[in-house]
Design a protein around this ligand. Structure first.
Ligand code: PBG
Length: 334
């Protein structure tokens, strides 16, 4: 029997050749670093379920962003923790709101840093839902699901997004999952002389148990019900393509899939139907899981993070939002 002359191993033996033939590369340019900003001064409040993540006052936020930027991080994604919450989410769109202040400070100190703002109402609503909840609270279907008034929420979301760009945000990222919000925001921008500002839509956002630690970090756990009436069912992927198509029609400039790790098939499908940049969000629970195993010495931290992120790139993501961005930046630099 003739020995086959086809040997994939020939390309694996030499470390240099191995690097040359890599199909996917992860670079620091692809990473977006999420940050939580809160009122106060010299505040770095650790988030217990997310080791290495802090709620930062604006002065500390600027310090961390500067350090990250020196390591080559191009973009941060801001989440705000307001002083007070109410039923109209008024601090979400206040000129003196925490995100608006933070954006001004960041753009002032680091004009080249790309500042992306998360646009949602859940951190600012007294009930913790991503939109306006109609009184009286209707619990439908007996499953604790609650009714969010989609169209009434659009005005507040557009107002919030507009207040972020007025403060200087470079990109807005709506994460609320109300239908039609990309169009509402696009229209508000176009009317307000901000037609140049891109929208990074959380087009495909699943109702995920992996958001648990984030809700601790952002103080946005719903006080009743869940988000299943507006976030997607993890069993669905055709629905993801429908969400993407609608967001593209409404004027999105980036489409995001979230969470990332358990949804690599969805990233690949989205990649196949759009020419726009696809963003994968490695969410809080994915981060905490890897950190927890590493802290116990069960897995090697840097290696598991890099392997998880290269998987997202391989699936088709152009950009990755990860809480580990700054920690990884150093190892990704040439
Ligand atoms: C706000 C929002 C959430 C996340 C990003 N934006 C939480 C949620 O929908 O409950 C989750 C991010 C993470 O878990 O890292 N709507």
């Amino acid at each position: 029997m003739a020995f086959p002359n086809t040997r994939p191993r020939r390309l694996r033996l030499h470390p240099g050749i191995r690097r040359m033939v890599r199909e996917t590369r992860l670079s620091v340019d692809a990473l977006i670093w999420p940050l939580f900003v809160t009122h106060g001064r010299q505040m770095r409040r650790p988030v217990p379920s997310m080791p290495g993540v802090f709620q930062l006052s604006i002065d500390e936020l600027v310090k961390d962003a500067r350090a990250a930027s020196k390591l080559g991080i191009l973009a941060v994604l801001l989440f705000g923790i307001p002083k007070k919450k109410d039923a109209r989410a008024s601090e979400a769109y206040a000129k003196s709101g925490i995100v608006q202040q933070a954006v001004r400070a960041l753009k002032n100190a680091l004009p080249d840093l790309v500042v992306i703002t998360d646009v949602c109402l859940c951190e600012y609503m007294s009930h913790g839902h991503c939109g306006v909840v109609l009184p009286p609270l209707k619990v439908r279907g007996g499953t604790g699901g609650c009714y969010v008034d989609n169209d009434a929420s659009l005005d507040l979301l557009a107002k919030t997004a507009l207040s972020h760009v007025v403060a200087g945000a470079d990109i807005v990222a709506p994460s609320d999952m109300m239908d039609g919000r990309v169009k509402a925001i696009r229209t508000a921008f176009d009317h307000g002389r901000f037609s140049h500002v891109p929208i990074m839509s959380y087009a495909v956002k699943y109702a995920s148990a992996f958001y648990g630690p984030f809700r601790e970090a952002a103080g946005s756990t719903p006080s009743f019900g869940d988000r299943k009436s507006y976030q997607m069912d993890s069993a669905n992927s055709r629905e993801a393509l429908r969400e993407v198509r609608l967001d593209l029609e409404e004027g999105a400039d980036f489409v995001m899939v979230k969470p990332a790790g358990p949804y690599l098939d969805v990233i690949a499908k989205v990649r196949a139907v759009t020419q726009l940049p696809v963003v994968a969000y490695q969410v809080s629970g994915e981060y905490s899981m890897l950190k927890a195993a590493a802290a116990r010495g069960w897995l090697e931290e840097k290696a598991i993070f890099l392997e998880s992120l290269i998987g997202m790139k391989r699936a088709g993501a152009d950009l990755i939002v990860t809480y580990a961005a700054r920690e990884l930046a150093q190892s990704l630099n040439p």
